[in-house]
Ligand binder design. Sequence first.
Ligand SMILES: Nc1nc2c(ncn2[C@@H]2O[C@H](COP(=O)(O)OP(=O)(O)OP(=O)(O)O)[C@@H](O)[C@H]2O)c(=O)[nH]1
Ligand SMILES: [Mg+2]
Ligand SMILES: [Zn+2]
Length: 308
Amino acid sequence: MTSTLHRTSAGAAVVLRAARRHVWVFECDEKGTRPARRLRVLGGVDLAPGDLVDLDEKGAVRSRQDRRSVLRRNTGRGEQVLAANIDDLMVLCAAGMVEGKEGLIARCIAAARKEGIDVALVFNKIDIDDDGQLRAEARSWAGLGFDVHSVSALCGHGLDRLQQRLRGRWAALVGPSGVGKSTLINSLAPGNALRTGELGAHGRGRHTTSLGQAIPWAGGFLIDLPGVRSFGLFDETSLDAAFPEIMAASKDCRFADCVHGPEPGCAVKAAVEKNEIDKERLASWHRVRESIRKGREGMTRPSTHGRE
Ligand SMILES: Nc1nc2c(ncn2[C@@H]2O[C@H](COP(=O)(O)OP(=O)(O)OP(=O)(O)O)[C@@H](O)[C@H]2O)c(=O)[nH]1
Ligand SMILES: [Mg+2]
Ligand SMILES: [Zn+2]
């Protein structure tokens, strides 16, 4: 497994930042780490942060190595690869921006698990969680068995534990604009100074980060991504991973293909009636599943172009 190694083999590099015709790469060989270089990409190679590439003798990117994982989303017009070769996906949420995000979080979990990428949920801005909504949300995801981190990127709360988790790993941070992805990376890996933004009048971010960027840190990489408003999936694979309590209860449904709707003998609906499963969770499961079925994925306009 190369994930714990920072080192690239001779003539190879890791993509830190990818525009259409050029990339910034990271190279680390027996002589040590070289400063990031901007290289030309030879025709037709599509790249994302985290990609391993082979260089030709003139120092242009010749080809992409096989990816061990791909974080991709459905834009409605095709796929957008957000990051390659990651071990971990950190899904971020923030105080004041929790409402209505369960579907987005679930989609990010499904996209990651489908690729064997581990997931942690990061609840940021705990310093301004005056009404306790962020803490309550964090508790409910933790209760479902997810790896939850309640942090403040500004004040430093919870960062030690998150650093321990991320050391030596290749990890990407995903979430809506303004939740503090870039701020968190700056705090986890000081000295990088990614640009961070002010919140707009509506408390929402303004898409400060416009292009994914990998930061070498502690033998691995932290990948900052542009904010996402939606995260379209391609199919239902791994959706169960985002709804473990529904999956567990459904084993007792009378019909193996029960969709927990009008069918008799549905154990999931029975669990909702007994308050063992939150009815909002079942509603969220129905919404995500239906939008995939009806091919409505990614129909919201993508929030960023993801290219320079
Ligand atoms: N109070 C508080 N504010 C924070 C915290 N983390 C980030 N912020 C603020 O939230 C705002 C947005 O932070 P960014 O790091 O730019 O957010 P982002 O997720 O990278 O946003 P995009 O690049 O647009 O996707 C900035 O004003 C940060 O200072 C935190 O832990 N507490
Ligand atoms: Mg940002
Ligand atoms: Zn059922």
